[in-house]
Design a protein around this ligand. Structure first.
Ligand code: ADP
Ligand code: MG
Ligand code: ZN
Length: 519
């Protein structure tokens, strides 16, 4: 009996587990037996591996071959393991030196012609392999750049099985490996789904005229990570403002960039060549999106992250929010509370990070008339439309603002007063710095992350400044949970003003934004 071993990775959500791939050749009826894969994946993998080995000019070992993937209990969906199975099998047949593949972690789908196809999730897979002590990873050439983001791992990118065999045999690479497919052109890699790639680069807050309150709310949201709701008639600039929120946010820290990139790797939305996502994502699902599209899951072979995870560490923008399907927005509750979504399937529970700033926009009524005078909706229809956003959802939104259209004078003459994103982003960065200093001994990084009990314990401003909220608590217009939210925003306003503690004005401003303010 000859034996050979290599490794691969099983992915559940963005969590990877190293899988041992072992091949044994024994006497017995010729054939390939795969152990440790679910039935359908098993027969598909067997067919692909066999065709790919033939078409790469290798001899098929005409013996009894068993390849086992261990532990069998780990979920093994998709075609992640083709290349590892082929390599282990050929090593057991001594077509390549068995020692050459023993320390490798091998990831890749095989085409029938022996081509190595890109697979989603290579970055989290290689991260997991690195954490388990693997030092060399073989990945599809098209996924090489994202795998190379993982520190301390040597990455071998291969376009064909033949090319990988040459490397393992210490031979010169075959010709087709040197003229492998050119990289496709870069796509949008900031999660701005369905938009032209470079559109974001040209968005700037100075495009928005007037709307001082709207701009201010964006600044507070950017500084503290507070959820935001814009109501107002069509054409008043709600979408325009929301789309410019990312321009106020700082770059992602290196660990956050890797975390975000791992999610987009599983989603299969990374551009080849320059895969690291360094800007906070902006994800704007259409209002026809299903609950599954928002939360993640899907019926494909690999669990896909949903909109809430594609927006992780960035913005989830729900434009025309009341138009979303009944119930679809309920899936936001878990990520808003816990910063992650869990998706249960027969093979286990996948967990995707989902910590985002929620931005909602809504017209006042379904007919989308520009003014209330033009509106043809019955008052009950207007009320019903506005109540489609559930109380529990709006309760989690710190900043609520009703926008009026910019006046004609503002649209014409406000050009030179409209601050550009760069200037506002500097104030946001300074405020975040201040927050960070105050929270340096805590796990939280922005004011919106501080848990309620902690806000009340350590971040209650002086009684003298609390007059407005005391009155609101007394007359019942503010709940205990609302109080926590108001105080968090008040701290952000104080941080933006470079004050040590919120004063009465900061708290009053925060309270007004919580209650819903008309501009
Ligand atoms: N304050 C503003 N400054 C500059 N342009 C504006 C402003 N408000 C609206 N517009 C113009 O109106 C268009 C519609 O704005 P939009 O943000 O889509 O409105 P809403 O989402 O509120 O319906 C924008 O593309 C822009 O051309
Ligand atoms: Mg709009
Ligand atoms: Zn109407």
């Amino acid at each position: 009996m000859t034996l050979a071993k290599t490794k691969s990775v099983s992915l559940l959500g963005v969590d990877g587990y190293v899988v041992d791939v072992e091949a044994a050749i024994t006497s017995g009826v010729p054939g390939l037996h795969l152990v440790g894969l679910p039935d359908t994946a098993l027969s598909e993998a067997r067919d692909r591996v066999r065709a790919a080995i033939y078409n790469s000019g290798e001899d098929w070992p005409n013996r009894h071959v068993t390849v086992s993937l261990f532990p069998a209990s780990l979920p093994k969906k998709g075609s992640f393991y083709d290349l590892a199975i082929a390599i282990a099998l050929l090593a057991a047949a001594e077509a390549v030196p068995p020692r050459s593949c023993a320390g490798l972690v091998v990831i890749g789908e095989l085409g029938l012609d022996g081509r190595v196809r890109a697979v989603p999730g290579v970055l989290p897979a290689v991260l997991a392999a690195a954490n388990a002590g693997c030092r060399t990873a073989v990945v599809p050439l098209a996924n090489r750049a994202e795998a190379a983001l993982v520190p301390d791992v040597e990455v071998i990118g291969t376009a064909t099985l033949r090319g990988l065999l040459a490397i393992l045999r210490d031979e010169a690479p075959p010709v087709e490996e040197t003229d492998a497919e050119p990289d496709p052109p870069p796509a949008a890699h900031d999660g701005l789904a369905g938009r032209v790639p470079d559109r974001r680069a040209v968005l700037d807050l100075s495009d928005v005229r007037g709307q001082a309150e709207g701009r201010r709310a964006l600044e507070i949201s950017a500084a503290g990570g507070h959820h935001l709701y814009f109501a107002g008639p069509p054409g008043c600039g709600k979408t325009m403002l929301a789309e410019r929120l990312p321009t106020l946010l700082p770059q992602l820290e290196p660990d956050a960039a890797l975390e975000v990139t791992a999610i987009h790797s599983v989603a299969g939305t990374l551009p080849p060549g320059q895969p690291l996502i360094t800007r906070p994502p902006f994800h704007a699902p259409h209002h026809t999106a299903s609950a599954a599209a928002l939360a993640g899951g899907g019926s494909g072979r690999v669990l896909k992250p949903g909109a809430v995870s594609l927006a992780h560490r960035g913005i989830l923008f729900l434009d025309e929010a009341p138009e979303f399907r009944w119930g679809a927005l309920d899936v936001l509750r878990q990520p808003l509370e816990e910063g992650e979504v869990r998706i249960s399937r027969a093979e286990g529970t996948a967990c995707f990070p989902a910590r985002f700033t929620l931005v909602l926009a809504a017209n006042p009524c379904p007919c989308a008339a520009a003014t209330q005078m033009d509106c043809s909706c019955a008052p009950s229809a207007r009320r019903k439309y506005q109540s489609r956003l559930s109380g529990p959802l709006l309760d989690r939104v710190d900043l609520k603002l009703e926008l009026a259209p910019a006046s004609r004078a503002e649209l014409r003459y406000d050009l030179e007063f409209a601050e550009p994103s760069e200037v506002v982003a500097e104030r946001v960065a300074a405020a975040r710095e201040r927050t960070l200093k105050r929270l340096s001994d805590t796990p939280w990084r922005t004011n919106s992350e501080i848990p309620g009990p902690e806000v009340r314990r350590a971040f209650t401003p002086s009684a003298a400044a609390m007059g407005a909220v005391d009155a609101a608590l007394q007359n019942g217009s503010l709940s205990a949970r609302g109080l926590d939210r108001v105080l968090r925003v008040a701290w952000t306003i104080a941080d933006l003003a470079d004050r040590d503690e919120p004063d009465a004005d900061d708290i009053g401003g925060a309270l007004a934004l919580w209650m819903g303010r008309r501009s």
